[in-house]
Design a protein. Structure first.
Length: 310
C-alpha cells in the first residue's frame, strides 16, 4: 500500500508546480509526463497523416514555452499518427511553393518586435541587405502567401502570442479573427466553454479550464465577431485591467473559415505548466484536426442572441 504521507507530498508538489509561472526545463521527466497525459488516439477519424509546418521564430518577445510547444506537438503527432511535424524558423518556409507541401501551419508564439509588429519585416531586416522599401514589399508578399494558402484550403493554428504576427495588418486580422491589444498580469483564470455541446470543446467536459495565464484582450477585426467563439473569460473577475472592456465576455479561443481554409486561435498556453492538463492537450489535438479538415463542425459566426450574457 502506498505511503499516504508520500502520496500527499507528490500531490502537493504537483499542485505547487501547476501554480508556478517560472520557466521549467525540458527534461526526460517533463517529456514523460506530457506523453503520459497526451491522448493516444484521435477522437475524430483521421484521413491520412497530414503535414504540419510549426513555425517557431520570434523576433520580439520570446515566450519560453516555444520549445515546449514544439515537443508537445511532436508527442501528439507520434502518439496519434494523425499528422507529422516539420519545424521551421526561416522565412523561406513562407515561399508560395514551400507552403504547398503542407496541410496546415502552426504559428508557435512567433512574436515580432513593436511597434511595427510584422514578423516577416523583422526577419528580412535581420537577415538581408535589402533597403526598407524592398523589405516592406517582400514582407507583404510573404504575408499574402500565407493568407492565400489559407484561402485556398490550408489550415492555420495560432498559439497564444502568435496572434501578434502581423498585428497592424487589417487583412491579416480579418483572416485570424482579431489582433492583440494588451494583457494584464498573469493570474489564475477560469476559462469557460461558450457552448458545451460544440465538438471542439468536448475535451473540457463542461468544466472549462482552471490555470494561470495571461488574460489576452483583442482589437481590430475581433469586434466583428466574425468567428465561432469556443472559450471565454469574464473580465470583471480579472485583476489589473488597463481600460474598461467593451464587453465583460472576452473570447480567448475561436475557429473560423477563411475562404476554403480554416483558422483556429487559442490564447491559453502562455506557460508550459498548462500543458500538464490532459484536457488542453486534447483541445490542441482537436484544433489541429479542425484546421487540417478532419474535424467537421459549425464554424459559422455565432448569432448575436447566442453569445454568453454579460
Amino acid at each position: 500500500m502506498k505511503n499516504p504521507v508520500f502520496a500527499l507530498f507528490i500531490l502537493l508538489a504537483t499542485f505547487v508546480q501547476s501554480q508556478s509561472t517560472e520557466p521549467i526545463e525540458i527534461t526526460k521527466e517533463w517529456l514523460s509526463e506530457i506523453e503520459k497525459k497526451a491522448p493516444s488516439t484521435t477522437r475524430i477519424k483521421k484521413t491520412g497523416i497530414k503535414k504540419v509546418l510549426v513555425f517557431s521564430k520570434a523576433t520580439g518577445f520570446k515566450h519560453w514555452t516555444i520549445p515546449h510547444n514544439v515537443e508537445m506537438l511532436k508527442i501528439l503527432a507520434k502518439k496519434t499518427k494523425a499528422f507529422e511535424v516539420h519545424i521551421g524558423y526561416d522565412i523561406s518556409n513562407f515561399d508560395k511553393k514551400n507552403l504547398k507541401k503542407y496541410d496546415a501551419v502552426v504559428l508557435n508564439n512567433s512574436n515580432p518586435k513593436g511597434p511595427k509588429r510584422d514578423i516577416f519585416w523583422d526577419i528580412l531586416k535581420e537577415n538581408t541587405s535589402f533597403n526598407d522599401q524592398q523589405i516592406t514589399e517582400k514582407a507583404k508578399k510573404y504575408e499574402q502567401n500565407l493568407i492565400n494558402f489559407v484561402a485556398k484550403g490550408g489550415g492555420l493554428m495560432i498559439l497564444h502570442g502568435a496572434i501578434v504576427v502581423q498585428n497592424n495588418s487589417p487583412e491579416f486580422s480579418k483572416m485570424t479573427g482579431g489582433s492583440f491589444d494588451y494583457h494584464p498580469k498573469q493570474q489564475q483564470m477560469h476559462i469557460k466553454e461558450v457552448d458545451v455541446n460544440h465538438p471542439m470543446v468536448k475535451a473540457f467536459k463542461g468544466k472549462g479550464l482552471h490555470h494561470i495565464d495571461e488574460p489576452y484582450f483583442f482589437k481590430n477585426a475581433y469586434f466583428n465577431y466574425n468567428f465561432r467563439p469556443l472559450l471565454y473569460m469574464e473580465a470583471n473577475k480579472l485583476e489589473g485591467l488597463r481600460k474598461e472592456p467593451k464587453n465583460n465576455i472576452n473570447y480567448v479561443s475561436w475557429i473560423k473559415k477563411h475562404g476554403k481554409g480554416r483558422v483556429f486561435y487559442t490564447s491559453p498556453s502562455h506557460n508550459a505548466q498548462s500543458l500538464a492538463n490532459p484536457e488542453l492537450l486534447q483541445y490542441f489535438l482537436d484544433g489541429i484536426q479542425y484546421v487540417v479538415g478532419d474535424l467537421k463542425c459549425d464554424d459559422s459566426p455565432l448569432p448575436s442572441n447566442e453569445h454568453p450574457k454579460n
